[in-house]
Ligand binder design. Structure first.
Ligand SMILES: Nc1ncnc2c1ncn2[C@@H]1O[C@H](COP(=O)(O)OP(=O)(O)O)[C@@H](O)[C@H]1O
Ligand SMILES: [Mg+2]
Length: 264
């Protein structure tokens, strides 16, 4: 479903601020893969997502989505097939628009504006049903402005927006990290439910090592712009967090600088 071939990205090349954020990274995701991604701060995780989503063009290499070369495709065109959630609940939705308006916008993503029809009773009912499934009582608040919702409620609606038209790929960048623990757990469970139901090919960045093993079918560890571990199958199913930490130490020749990672 997704293929990265020798992808490299350097910020501020040939200057004192040069950052090699991705170095010759190759990765293939099968249809339905759910990959968790871990690594310390600055490892290149978000840059990997930005490269796939088209936030910038990569310096070299190729990116293929479902067989189509999207290396030079503009970000808004990729967005028709790629759903994305960021850490900040404020980033995914328009605060001055209602829940219903935000969902309508997401629902019409990828439909040429000249073909867009107003949202009818049938769609409204479908939105209500989807919202009810979130279990947050939002189905009775369709006319509420997004800006009035809590962070967790917004992330849940953003997740719904990203998946209301099933994307070919879902990118989750620490999308529960800014939420309180109970809400984070709720949104994480919801994510797993939706991904499993629609069999969406998914990549999820998390700083929670336990979550990286509990979710999905494959775990990738990044360090210094490279992939240093790629674990799946039987090897992964018997792995513990301390195994993971030991492997990180061994591969990167350093301790995890990131206390967050150990604490969670
Ligand atoms: N837009 C950007 N401009 C300049 N440098 C960037 C930019 N985005 C990321 N970087 C740099 O690239 C490296 C990888 O960053 P990032 O992908 O955000 O790491 P992670 O998400 O793993 O914490 C870091 O050194 C970071 O400072
Ligand atoms: Mg990041």
């Amino acid at each position: 479903m997704l293929e990265l071939k020798h992808v490299s990205k350097t910020f501020f090349p040939n200057t004192i601020n040069e950052r090699k954020a991705l170095i010759d990274l190759s990765l293939t995701l099968e249809n339905g893969d759910f990959v968790t991604i871990i690594g310390g701060n600055g490892a290149g995780k978000s840059t990997l997502f930005n490269a796939v989503a088209g936030s910038f063009l990569i310096d070299s290499g190729n990116i293929l989505l479902d067989g189509q070369d999207i290396t030079f495709l503009r970000d808004y065109k990729r967005a028709r097939n790629i759903g994305r959630l960021l850490q900040d609940p404020l980033k995914g939705t328009a605060p001055n628009m209602t829940i219903e308006e935000n969902l309508t916008m997401a629902y019409q993503r990828g439909v040429k504006s000249s073909f867009r029809l107003g949202v009818g009773k049938k769609e409204q009912q479908a939105f209500r049903d989807h919202l009810a499934e979130l279990g947050l009582g939002l189905e009775d608040r369709m006319k509420t402005k997004m800006g009035l919702l809590s962070g967790g409620q917004r992330q849940a609606v953003t997740l719904m927006m990203a998946t209301i038209v099933t994307p070919k790929l879902l990118l989750l960048d620490e999308h529960t990290a800014a939420l309180d623990p109970a809400t984070a757990e709720k949104v994480a469970l919801l994510t797993q439910k939706i991904v499993a139901k629609e069999k969406i090919t998914t990549m999820m960045i998390t700083h929670n090592m336990q979550q990286s093993l509990d979710c999905g079918n494959r775990t990738i560890m990044m360090d210094g712009g490279r992939m240093i571990l790629d674990i799946k199958g039987a090897e992964r199913s018997k792995l513990t967090v301390s195994d993971l930490l030991a492997m990180f130490k061994d591969k990167s020749k350093k301790e995890l600088d990131n206390d967050r990672m150990l604490l969670s």
